[in-house]
Design a protein around this ligand. Structure first.
Ligand code: G3P
Ligand code: CA
Length: 261
């Protein structure tokens, strides 16, 4: 019998692989892209920062310490911030061993390498982390022949940030690309109304996401995807509330739900 918890998913939702399939592979690496693609994620989410020599790399934290062996390779260079290392230095780091020896040798990808690895196999949900990198991001995406036109036509690119000013800046530079505002604190209604005049998506922390917020975002003509949903139970709860997407470390979980519903 179909219980409330097992009711069918109301519509096709977008699956965003958070930092790649970061539940099974080291986050923000090419291995995490490949696994997200294998799990049929609609988008691979990633975080963009700038190196000391002005190159864009994908790295969640401001520091390199948690997800690489930087402290062994460059002892004494604390606090090990991405912005204090050149790309050449960062390329010497192992970004996989911290997760599992199976991934030893994974490198920190540049944004270009990350986008190239996704290719046309999935979409990209690009998060602007560092301040002032919007122009560099726009330049990098424009540099790839045909990429922007195709990604926009196929709805395979969304750019987001927690900083509204960064989302606005990228929207000005690339007006054709859909943008999302991330919320780690509950948005006011006035903020949502203002956002609705130019933004496309609202991606709030899951514990801020309730029926009222979801309905309001929909009334204002935007889409909503909470982060980060990990268990099937959690996904069911939000799917029943009609979210448009789920941001998850484990994209396979959602497909399992869809298969058994
Ligand atoms: O896409 C949502 C999520 O990536 C925002 O949080 O800290 O994982 O970048 P964080
Ligand atoms: Ca992120």
């Amino acid at each position: 019998p179909m219980t409330e918890a097992r009711r069918p998913i109301p519509h096709r939702v977008a699956v965003y692989a958070h930092r790649g399939s970061s539940g099974s592979t080291p986050e923000n690496t090419l291995a995490a892209v490949d696994f997200a693609v294998a799990q049929h994620a609609d988008f691979v989410e990633t975080d963009v920062r700038r190196t000391r020599d002005g190159r864009l790399v994908v790295m969640h934290d401001e520091g390199l310490g948690r997800t690489t062996d930087v402290e062994d390779v460059f002892p004494g260079r604390a606090p090990y911030r991405v912005r204090d290392f050149t790309l050449r230095e960062i390329k010497r780091l192992d970004a996989g061993s911290w997760f599992s020896p199976q991934f030893a040798g994974e490198r920190v990808p540049t944004l270009g390498e990350f986008v190239g690895r996704i290719g046309r196999r999935s979409g990209l949900l690009l998060e602007i982390k560092d301040l002032g990198v919007e122009q560099d991001i726009a330049r990098e995406l424009k540099r790839r022949p045909g990429y922007l036109t195709q990604a926009v036509a196929e709805r395979k690119l969304i750019i987001q940030s927690f900083r509204v000013s960064s989302v606005r800046a990228i929207h000005k530079l690339l007006p054709e690309v859909p943008v999302a505002i991330l919320y780690g604190v509950k948005p006011t209604d006035a903020a949502l109304v203002e956002a609705a005049s130019w933004a496309d998506h609202i991606n709030p922390r899951k514990d801020l996401t309730d029926r009222k917020l979801i309905d309001r975002v929909h009334d204002l003509g935007m889409r909503i995807a909470p982060y980060s949903l990990d268990t099937g139970q959690e996904m069911r709860k939000f799917l029943a509330m009609d979210v448009d997407g789920v941001i998850t470390d484990n994209p396979g979980t959602l497909h399992d739900i869809e298969t058994i519903s």
